[in-house]
Design a protein around this ligand. Sequence first.
Ligand SMILES: Cc1cc2nc3c(=O)[nH]c(=O)nc-3n(C[C@H](O)[C@H](O)[C@H](O)COP(=O)(O)O)c2cc1C
Length: 493
Amino acid sequence: MIQTAGGWIVADMPYQRMKDYLDELDRRGLLRRIAAPVDRAWQPACLAKWMYQALPDDERFGLMFEHVIGSRIPLVTGALGASTHTYAAALEIEPDRINEKLMAALINPIAPRSVNTAPCQEIVNEGEKVRLSDLPIPTWTPGKDAAPYLTTIVVTRDANGGFQNMAVYRTQVLDDRSVVINLSPGRHGFRCVRSFLDQGKPAPIAWVIAAEPAVHIATVANLVYGSEEVHFAGGLKGEPIELVKATTIDLRVPAAAEIIIEGEIHPGETANEGPFGEFAGFMGPVGERPRARIRAITHRRDPIYYGYTSQMPPSESTVIQSLTNAGVILKLLRHDLGEHSVHDVHIDLTFGGLLAHGVVAMTPAYPGHGKRVGRILTDLTPLKRVTVVDADVDIRDPVHLEWAMNSRFDPARDTVIIDDVYFPLHMDPSIRTADGKLAPGSKMVIDATQKIDAGSFSLPPRDMMLKALDLWRDLGLPEFRIPRRAWLRIDKS
Ligand SMILES: Cc1cc2nc3c(=O)[nH]c(=O)nc-3n(C[C@H](O)[C@H](O)[C@H](O)COP(=O)(O)O)c2cc1C
């Protein structure tokens, strides 16, 4: 790693395993190791909940529970998505270059490489030796969830196309050798599994625990069906992700992972899943979902267990999904649709990128351009609200965003309500009906770009403001970091 003037790192070599990344977080004080014994039934989850409920983004850190009672394996949560800072560290860049890196990797994906031996298979447990209870799988909403849950990457394969899909689908532990997965219709993992079951064959499925950070980040991207997330992950890592054939099923899994759980879903086998605390902040209902038989658990000699913290937002799940999908949307607008007027995209970090609030910074080229881009996004993405502002606004700064809304947005003229947009997401509580059925929801575009030139900013000229910085220092007033908002303003003063 190379230290920059800003205190951040630039990668000279990508992380080869999750442990490399955790060591780097440790060096920066962004990981807390907890040596005291913890009860996985409630303690790790409640501590993680306090971190997300009490601490602001830039003060949060990953948690490593070194001694989980009843397991020999440490449990990590929150390390990838504690904050924008940890997410940027996972990508081995500075926080202000996240979208740039995501776009570059989406445009230049790197295909995976097959290997014959893998660290994730140093130890292979089959038959009687398969015991999910050996893993430190926590209960995430203690007192309310049905059981402990795996919250990690799920690999499936399309029986016809042959391609593999990676996504995170929460998975409830039923007993030592069976689980039920929250696979809902429309999700790519569901389509893969169906492609086997429809032919009367068992569907292979694997859970990947703690792969290289690039794999985790790529996995939550909303890509089109058939576009393999592992290629995006390779682009992020800057080299091919190594895949190895699973030991008991026909799937290829990340070789550098800490732990792999291999399973099969047999035709007609389902179970009740839930209740479970969902990302929108409410308990999700019980539903019938595919059940899987676990055939093997393979792992490194010294494995680490990783589980994402989700439930009440903000959470690790909302941070990583929002940051990743902002990059996916920026690439869609600029690269796929040729909207070079768009400079930047941000999704609020509190709702997982789904149903959330997307903010676009752009330079409109003609009247109505802002509304048009907003409409496109509401159509092509699961965002519920899209706000469009000029490129002179820092879209990650709520103070600056509020100023743009107050000074450049006229509600009657600049709002577009798009009614009856059917988006089948039962976890949006705002459109749930009393009988539990799905109702059509609506979306909103706010065009807060400047429609006429409102004149000069009411700040002294740039030279004078910079001279006043010296005066500030000479007078011994407390030091401060100049926010991007201020630079954008004085640059135009
Ligand atoms: C912690 C966490 C849990 C998630 N749980 C689920 C889930 O249970 N079901 C689901 O459909 N999506 C879930 N997601 C979101 C999907 O993983 C994500 O949208 C992914 O891109 C979907 O991939 P797909 O388009 O290949 O289906 C979860 C995401 C995270 C980070």
